[in-house]
Design a protein around this ligand. Structure first.
Ligand SMILES: [Zn+2]
Ligand SMILES: [Zn+2]
Length: 278
């Protein structure tokens, strides 16, 4: 119990640190208006914090599943570039290669998450009507499992050890908190180099032209290569969220994919029944 409280204290301190940094950046790009935390925004932040911890209780959270997935990869004897191949390669090059391979895999996993049967799981992340840095924590545990598998499989194939995989997860995680923050910035001349908060906000925009755009997590080059790049300018006042929105109800969000899959299966059954009787 004491250990849990200490962990929670560290976590709250880490979030407080991120909040300070992102607020400073938000004020720099949006002025004093960035200091306003409307009640809807506070409610959304609380929902995201709770959903993250309910996900942790299921044991299927991004960070929690890394070690068992690494063990599974090793025990299955799946292909792997021998770690000795990296011996003479500078750390920076190895880290960059790992980020690029992971980001490429995640780009395609993200595209699949936007297809009909996986969408109910990913829709939970997209449901936030008040996008802010904690919105990255709003992920259904079924989706977290898929993303963790993508991280572990791409990095284990590359020959990374478990410590390096945790390092990669941390770098990607910090960048994800950053791109969800309420910062109105496109990275200027570097806009095509690293995904910006503005670019990712368009991915969440409730605007038809922006649907199924900006899937890349870190490197916009994948969106540019595969024709899904979209950034017409500031997105800070564009609505985010999804249509049939479970909003900020934590339990509705946890149940959302299961309800949707049930509905889709029932619809399919009904449709096949209609075809048979026709
Ligand atoms: Zn998405
Ligand atoms: Zn997002």
């Amino acid at each position: 119990m004491e250990g849990m409280l200490v962990n929670l204290a560290y976590e709250v301190a880490a979030y407080a640190g991120l909040l300070v940094v992102f607020t400073l950046l938000a004020v720099a790009t949006r002025g004093r208006e960035a200091l306003e935390w409307r009640p809807e925004l506070r409610q959304s932040a609380l929902t995201n914090f709770l959903i993250l911890h309910i996900g942790a209780l299921t044991g299927a959270l991004y960070f929690v599943t890394i070690a068992p997935l690494v063990a599974a990869y090793d025990s299955l004897g799946l292909p792997q570039i021998p770690p000795s191949a990296w011996q003479d390669v500078p750390f920076v090059i190895k880290a960059l290669a790992a980020l690029i391979v992971y980001d490429f895999s995640l780009y395609w996993v993200h595209r699949f998450l936007h297809t009909s049967w996986l969408w109910p799981s990913h829709a939970v992340h997209h449901s936030d009507p008040e996008l802010h840095f904690l919105s990255w924590s709003r992920g259904h545990f079924t989706e977290q499992l898929v993303i963790a598998a993508c991280l572990v499989f791409s990095s284990s194939w590359l020959g990374l050890d478990i410590k390096e995989i945790y390092g990669l997860a941390l770098v990607q995680g910090l960048h994800q908190y950053y791109v969800h923050a309420r910062i109105d910035w496109d990275h200027g001349i570097f806009k095509y180099l690293i995904v910006s908060p503005q670019m990712h906000r368009w991915h969440h925009a409730e605007v038809e032209d922006a649907y199924d755009k900006n899937f890349a997590s870190i490197f916009p080059v994948f969106d540019l290569m595969f024709g899904t790049y979209y950034n017409p300018g500031s997105c800070i006042n564009v609505p985010t969220g999804i249509g049939n929105n479970p909003d900020n109800n934590v339990f509705a969000l946890i149940l959302h994919p299961f309800r949707e899959w049930g509905r889709m299966l029932a619809e399919r059954k009904r449709a096949s029944g209609t075809t048979e009787s026709a």
